[in-house]
Design a protein around this ligand. Sequence first.
Ligand code: AMP
Ligand code: MG
Length: 325
Amino acid sequence: MLCLGIESTAHTLGIGIVNEKGTVLANEKSTFTTDKGGIHPSKAAQHHVLMYPFVLDRTLKAAKIQLKDVGIVAFSQGPGLGACLRTGAVAARSLASLLKVPLIGVNHCIAHIEIGKLTSGFKDPITLYVSGANTQILALASGRYRVFGETLDIGVGNFLDVIGRAMNMGFPAGPTIDKLAKKSKTYIELPYTIKGMDFAFSGIQTKVEQLVQSGKHETEDLCFSAQETVFAELTEATERAIAHINKKEILLTGGVAANSRLQEMLKIMSKERGVKFAVVPMSLAGDNGAMIAWQGILEHRAGYKMDDSRVEQNWRTDDVDVNWI
Ligand code: AMP
Ligand code: MG
C-alpha cells in the first residue's frame, strides 16, 4: 500500500510517497522564500496552489509510479496557517475522491516526531521538536504525546527568522545564521529565559534587534550569541526533562534540527547523561510530504477513519490519541 502525503501548513508545499514498510519513494517540495521580509500567509498559499501540479508531477516521476497506484491520501490538517492548510486539504480531498481511496488528516507536529522515530529506530524517545512556529519537548505518556516543556511565546525558528530579518536576511534566515555563527567566538550577553522546562525567546529577540540597530556589533557575533543563548535554553530544558522522565533516548526533529550547533550541544548533553541521541536526516527535518505520508500509513494501519476533514489551525500535539503504537 502506498500513501501520498501532502504538507502545506506554512512555507512549504511538500508531497511524498511512502510504502507500508516506511520506505520513502519520493519526497518533493517547493518552499516559498523571500529575499527580504517574512512569509505572508496568502502569498504562501498562492505559491502552494501554483506549484501543486508541478510538485505532484515531480513526486510521481521520482517514485516511478502512477496516480492510480496510490492507496491512501494523507494531508497536514493542522496546526498551521489557515490559508496554507486549506490548499493542501482541498488538493487531498479531490485526490482521494478521484482515486476512491481513504483520506487521512494528520497532526503536523506528530508527523515530525514519527518520521524521526522511523529513521532513528527509537521506540520511546523524549523529542525536542524545533521548527518555525513550534518548539516543544514531548514524550509519550498515557496514550498521548504530552508536552513537558514548550516555548512560552514564539517558535525558535521564528526567532531566528525574525532576528535574521532585522539583519537584512530573507526567509528562511536559520541556515544563514547557522553559517555566520561559525565565524565568531565573541559572545555578547543576552537575556536568558527559562522556567522549569519552558523557555521564551521574544525578550532575546527584542535585545538582538536593539543591538542590530545600535550598529556597534558584527553580524557574525550577533548570530553566534543568539544561537548560543537559545540553544543553551533548549538543551538545558531537554536535560531537565530527561532527568525527570524515565526515557533513554533523545530525538531532535523539525526544521531547526538541521542546525549543527544545536545538534552538537544536545550530543554532548546526551553523552554526559548516558542516553542515546539521534537527529532526523536533513531531507526529513524541515516540513515535507514524506512525514505526512508515513503518519498516514501508521494511522490507516491502526484503523483510523476520518469523519471531518476541516483544517484545524490551532490543533495541539497533546490533543491526539496515539493509537497506532
Ligand atoms: P519547519 O517549519 O519545520 O520546516 O522549519 C523551518 C524553520 O527551520 C525555519 O524557521 C528555518 O529558519 C529553520 N532552519 C532551517 N535550517 C536551519 C539551520 N541550519 N539552522 C537553524 N534554523 C534552520
Ligand atoms: Mg514543521
